[in-house]
Design a protein around this ligand. Structure first.
Ligand SMILES: *[C@@H]1O[C@H](CO)[C@@H](O)[C@H](O)[C@H]1NC(C)=O
Ligand SMILES: *[C@@H]1O[C@H](CO)[C@@H](O)[C@H](O)[C@H]1NC(C)=O
Length: 398
């Protein structure tokens, strides 16, 4: 799972986007998890499971003084001693972080009073590089990816905000999503949910409607599982390439806490080193990334954030493009009808940066084209048309 890391080409092209760094990100879609249930569900359905977890964690902490994460629906979750020691160092690294984020804005604390009550409106947000892509065809791929999002929004009565600006040099790269989400929450109190999607992810099920009713007790939905986040403590335990976040005070508080890992330079590098210490499966030389920082917050401040986060794995909210290939070769034909809601081309680096050495550029482009065509065929279907074949752009009456 090692990604191609730290090339100068990648750093040159990190601007207001995830460009150049997604190859380092987690491929949750490649992992299978059997664990069922989420925080609130687990608490209400089976107290036994929760108690069993607590006992196991206490054992790990081996009777030493343990910082207990209290108040988690009355159940204590001890942080193990290793994590506790890392967290003491982490807090020192992060101590002046908020002061560096001058563009991020003042921490609004009365948002729930100022915002209308819950509705079901969703605003889709994505972002790409302010400049032309360095890689051949990168801009064309981004245009298709944007068209795909425009179509999904049109079919579902949603709005789209697409960023191409350099909003904050301290939060450049993969951190721009936090800036944008916060900015748009405050601009649009009428919007209940923000759906973030990386620019290298496309909808591959155009008819799928987010089951918002299912998430009514939660403030955040990401693909992941309790097992891989809280038990395996993996930096791939969830995937932050697609995030559904409720517009509310809890989310604004989370964004401020989360953004502390972001200031480029000493803080981001220092926090990155400590994240790699906390998560053994994480590459060593990687600056702090938003995905791992989120998992870190869930582990170290579980009572504060955990209960509101729905780790979705009951359907494929997002899938990794190579899994689709595997699926197609195992079940020929199925690949064209069975797709995740969103297919993510993590590591393909369509726009700039060096692609992950595991993938060949040709395969990335071929699968992107297939995903785009599969999705667009569903769009055409609404008007009674379809592609002659998925290898063609020619359309016929269906
Ligand atoms: C934070 O700021 C204080 C006051 O300027 C300074 O003494 C301290 O060394 C800073 N901490 C870090 C980790 O840079
Ligand atoms: C899209 O999702 C819906 C609901 O889960 C499902 O019925 C449908 O078959 C899916 N379509 C595709 C093309 O995967």
């Amino acid at each position: 799972m090692m990604r191609n890391t730290g090339s100068s080409a990648q750093y040159i092209c990190i601007y207001a986007t995830i460009c150049g760094v997604t190859s380092l990100l987690a491929l949750y879609g490649t992992m299978e998890h059997l664990n069922k249930g989420t925080s609130k569900q687990q608490i209400s359905n089976s107290n036994n499971i929760v108690e069993a977890d607590a006992v196991t964690d206490s054992d790990i902490a081996s009777q030493t003084t343990t910082m207990v994460d209290r108040d988690y629906h009355g159940v204590d979750f001890p942080m193990d001693t290793t994590l506790r020691a890392i967290d003491a160092k982490m807090q020192r690294v992060l101590e002046n972080a908020s002061a560096e984020l001058t563009n991020f804005g003042r921490h609004v604390t009365d948002w729930d009073k100022r915002k209308p009550s819950k509705q079901n409106s969703v605003l889709l947000v994505s972002s790409s590089h302010p400049r032309e892509c360095e890689n051949a065809h990168g801009d064309h791929v981004l245009l298709k990816s944007l068209k795909n999002k425009v179509d999904y929004c049109r079919l579902h009565g949603m709005e789209l905000y697409y960023n191409m600006d350099m909003l904050d040099d301290k939060m450049a790269g993969w951190w721009v999503k936090l800036f944008l989400i916060r900015m748009l929450m405050l601009e649009r109190p009428d919007v209940e949910w923000i759906l973030w999607m990386d620019s290298d992810a496309v909808f591959t099920n155009m008819t799928f409607k987010l089951p918002l009713e299912k998430y009514k007790e939660y403030n955040m939905v990401v693909q992941g599982s309790e097992e891989s986040v809280y038990k395996q403590k993996s930096w791939l335990g969830l995937n932050s390439g697609v995030i559904l976040l409720r517009n509310c005070q809890w989310s604004i508080d989370l964004l401020h806490e989360w953004a502390r890992f972001s200031p480029k330079g000493k803080i981001r590098d220092g926090a990155g080193a400590l994240l790699s210490e906390a998560f053994p499966d994480r590459p060593q030389i990687l600056e702090a990334d938003d995905q791992c920082a989120l998992i870190y917050l869930l582990l170290t401040q579980r009572s504060r954030w955990g209960p509101e986060v729905y780790l979705e794995h009951s359907y494929h909210l997002q899938g990794f493009f190579e899994v689709m290939t595997m699926y197609q070769s195992t079940f020929p034909g199925m690949g064209l009808t069975w797709w995740p809601v969103i297919t993510h081309f993590t590591g393909c680096q369509f726009c700039c940066g060096l692609p992950n050495t595991q993938y060949d550029v040709e395969s990335c482009h071929r699968h992107m084209e297939l995903a785009y065509k599969v999705a667009n065929n569903q769009v055409l279907h609404h008007s009674g048309y379809s592609y002659v074949s998925l290898q063609s752009s020619v359309v016929k009456h269906s």
